[in-house]
Design a protein around this ligand. Structure first.
Ligand code: KIV
Ligand code: NA
Length: 263
């Protein structure tokens, strides 16, 4: 089966076809999600928490992401795979190139890095070597110490302006996709409208081009603190496949995320 491509994803943005993405970390769920029609899966460094049981994403290594990317790729030849570069694995261009190679060789189609202005040179270098890069701004869990915890970003006017500027700068530098995490719905709407690349939201309201959720949140497996934006699609007695269909359907029709799940 042919793999979904970035040009297809670009067309979904252009044609306003909303799409549902999900994190995946292993072969079995990868196969199930892909068979249910999930077009994009993220091998997120959230695996530090959901799989390894750490309190943050900070301990995750490049070897961890390689291992899980390989397992997820074994489950699908169709879904577009996006893998995180973990904490401090892209602190300069050389490290970013070296570690990106490992992840792409493990089966990812695109890599994701967290941050704003400081990434410009790194993104330019990766893009000039024809690597697909996804940005990630707003709540960036790798900097939770600096941000004083996991909370909504971009509420003050100056923070809003900074996020808008960063989104533009990153697009200009060459990112081909952007994740917005935990920001007000209206700010995410503005950024999505003004960028030509697809924007995927998590806790960023309903106006982004796509949505993403951590699989443990959407399947009701998370026994810890549930983020406000996370909806458990397993409630009402659904099976896993029904829950995934419901998620895809609610994203496509704009039912999810409604006000209850937005800032
Ligand atoms: O690691 C992850 O799961 C992520 C998503 C929350 C976007 O980066
Ligand atoms: Na992540």
């Amino acid at each position: 089966m042919e793999c979904i491509t970035i040009s297809q994803i670009n067309n979904w943005k252009k044609n306003k076809n909303k799409f549902a993405a999900i994190t995946a970390y292993d072969f079995s769920f990868s196969k199930l999600f892909s068979n249910q029609g999930i077009p994009i899966m993220l091998i997120g460094d959230s695996l530090g928490m959901t799989i390894q049981g750490h309190a943050s994403t900070i301990p995750v290594t490049i070897q961890d992401i390689e291992y899980h990317t390989k397992a997820v790729r074994k489950g699908t030849s169709k879904s577009f795979l996006l893998s995180d570069l973990p904490f401090m694995s892209y602190y300069n261009t050389k490290e970013a190139l070296k570690n990106t190679a490992k992840i792409i060789q493990s089966g990812a189609n695109m890599i994701k890095i967290e941050g704003g202005k400081w990434l410009i040179e790194i993104i330019k270098e990766l893009s000039s070597r024809l690597i697909l890069v996804c940005g990630h701004i707003g709540l960036t869990p790798q900097s939770f110490n600096y941000l004083s915890g996991y909370k909504i970003q971009g509420k003050e006017q100056k923070d809003e302006n900074q996020l808008i500027d960063e989104a533009f700068l990153l697009e200009e530098a060459g990112i081909k996709m952007l994740v917005l995490e935990c920001i007000p719905e209206q700010l995410a709407k503005k950024i999505t409208k003004n960028l030509s690349i697809p924007v995927i939201g998590i806790g960023a309201g309903k106006y982004t081009d796509g949505q993403i959720l951590v699989m443990q949140d959407l399947l009701g497996i998370n026994q810890g603190k549930i983020p406000k934006f996370a909806k458990n699609f397993m409630s009402e007695g659904r099976s896993i496949t029904q829950a995934i269909q419901q998620y895809i359907n609610e994203v496509k029709t704009g039912m999810y995320p409604n006000k209850k799940y937005s800032f």
